[in-house]
Design a protein around this ligand. Structure first.
Ligand SMILES: Nc1nc2c(c(=O)[nH]1)N[C@H]1C(S)=C(S)[C@@H](COP(=O)(O)OP(=O)(O)OC[C@H]3O[C@@H](n4cnc5c(N)ncnc54)[C@H](O)[C@@H]3O)O[C@H]1N2
Ligand code: MOO
Length: 417
């Protein structure tokens, strides 16, 4: 990993995105609930129409022809046999969602119906009719088609309703179920997370010389937000042998990405570069011209035709790791997942005026934690030194401040909520 030049922040993001596009994650067919947060690997097609059959939209009477109508029975939701057709002058009492008989012109809701006893037995000949009650006659005003949901009026069978690359949201899962799907084809890249550093502890209060791991708990959520899934990984001791075996184990376990934090600098305990060189990794990015977070790495272990697994090196300082996360890891995972762009949040402003004290770096791009007020202006929140997540935790986004920036507007990279 020697000799790679530090790259501009934008170019680093593009390199990560481009590498991910070249090695799309494999497609899995997963049950609907498990698909939430993953990315559709094919257009979502309606297997049935919405509605799937002509149905009542109100509780009342399905009627045919002109009134008054003779009520021939009752049709409840859940009948799967088609009710017998209505002749002009006939009606059935009907529940919302129940199939309307052929010949139905409209449904008269109870509130708009005038009913009367007509005498004589109820006609149970209509399929699904509950029967048994006094046959009534019903009157009311109708408008043709009123309160009847026609088969396929929202969605025709075979229609494409969500495009490949869409995020599977809870709503999308509900939609998929309504269209007859039990599973969905999705991409969800696997990300092994390796946390290095002999000073790092996982629980309780650290004693002087120890540091609580802040990155291991943060990365799975960041990965999920980008469309991936954290798998395996764990802690790595500060030795070359441990780094080698942890990288090999993650690769053997099928990780598409291996994110290594706290070993990206060039100190005596930073073995990531040497391990990557020994494994014959191809370097893509070694150092990014941004503050914080300049010691970032991007490399891949595979061949040019099949580059994965991809290695992302994140700095040990937690806010620097977050910056590296949104610079390399998020675009890479989003691309591997087959998403249309590197930013997981859609529909939010990508540039806003920044109000407050902002000092550009003379050479590097600064990423500053900002809160967005009224959707119109971004204000720095402070507390965003490399070692502190306090500012980023209060922030909505990072404002991207290139060298020489004079304002007022800056690009925003949104953070997970
Ligand atoms: N000679 C140079 N030294 C350093 C440079 C440089 O350019 N030349 N860059 C500095 C910067 S900037 C950073 S950031 C760090 C990155 O180094 P590492 O990725 O090797 O990280 P460490 O040295 O292990 O840790 C840095 C800092 O962060 C703490 N840390 C580490 N892991 C975690 C974790 N999981 N959770 C919370 N805190 C963590 C660690 O204790 C250190 O305090 O290199 C600088 N040095
Ligand atoms: O990446 Mo470092 O945290 O800029 O200090």
């Amino acid at each position: 990993m020697a000799g790679e030049a530090v790259v501009p922040w934008e170019a680093a993001r593009e390199a990560a995105w481009g590498l991910g596009v070249r090695c799309l994650a494999v497609v899995g067919h997963v049950e609907l609930r498990e698909a939430i947060g993953a990315t559709l690997a094919a257009d979502l097609i309606a297997l049935v129409g919405v509605p799937a059959y002509d149905a009542a939209a109100m509780d009342g009477y399905a009627v045919a022809g002109r009134g008054p109508w003779l009520v021939r029975g009752r049709v409840l939701a859940g009948v799967t046999e088609r009710p017998g057709d209505l002749r002009p002058g006939e009606a059935v009492e009907i529940a919302t969602g129940a199939p309307v008989p052929g010949g139905t012109e409209a449904v008269v809701p109870y509130e708009a119906a005038l009913t009367e006893e007509a005498g004589g037995p109820a006609d149970d000949a209509i399929a699904g009719a509950a029967g048994g009650g006094a046959v009534t006659r019903v009157r009311g005003e109708i408008e043709p088609g009123r309160h009847v949901r026609r088969s396929g009026e929202d969605t025709e069978p075979g229609a494409s309703v969500l495009a490949e690359g869409a995020v599977v949201t809870p709503v999308a899962v509900g939609l998929a179920a309504s269209l007859g799907h039990d599973t969905l084809p999705v991409r969800r890249p696997k990300v092994g997370i390796l946390v290095s550093g002999d000073e790092i502890t996982d629980t309780g209060l650290p004693v002087p010389g120890q540091v609580r791991d802040a990155i291991g708990p943060m990365l799975p959520g960041l990965v999920a937000w980008a469309g991936g899934e954290a798998v395996g990984g764990g802690r790595v001791r500060d030795t070359f042998a441990d780094m080698m075996s942890a990288l090999r184990a993650s690769a053997d376990a099928g990780a598409d990405v291996i994110a290594v934090c706290g070993a990206s600098s060039k100190g005596p305990a930073d073995h990531l570069r040497d391990a990557l060189a020994t494994l014959g990794a191809t370097p893509v990015v070694d150092g990014v011209a941004c503050r914080p977070g300049h010691p970032q790495l991007l490399a891949h272990l595979g061949e040019p035709s099949s580059p994965g697994p991809v290695i992302v090196g994140l700095p040990g300082n937690p806010n620097a790791a977050l910056v590296a996360g949104v610079t390399l890891l998020v675009p890479l995972v989003a691309a591997l997942a087959g998403r249309p762009g590197p930013d997981p949040v859609g529909g939010l402003p990508t540039r806003l005026p920044v109000e407050g004290e902002v000092r550009p770096h003379h050479r590097d791009t600064r990423l500053i934690a900002v809160r967005v007020a009224d959707g119109t202006v971004a204000r720095p929140v402070g507390h965003d030194r490399p070692g502190s997540l306090r500012g980023a935790a209060m922030a909505d986004a990072f404002a991207v401040i290139p060298p020489g920036w004079r304002g007022p507007s800056a690009r925003l990279v949104w953070l997970p909520m």
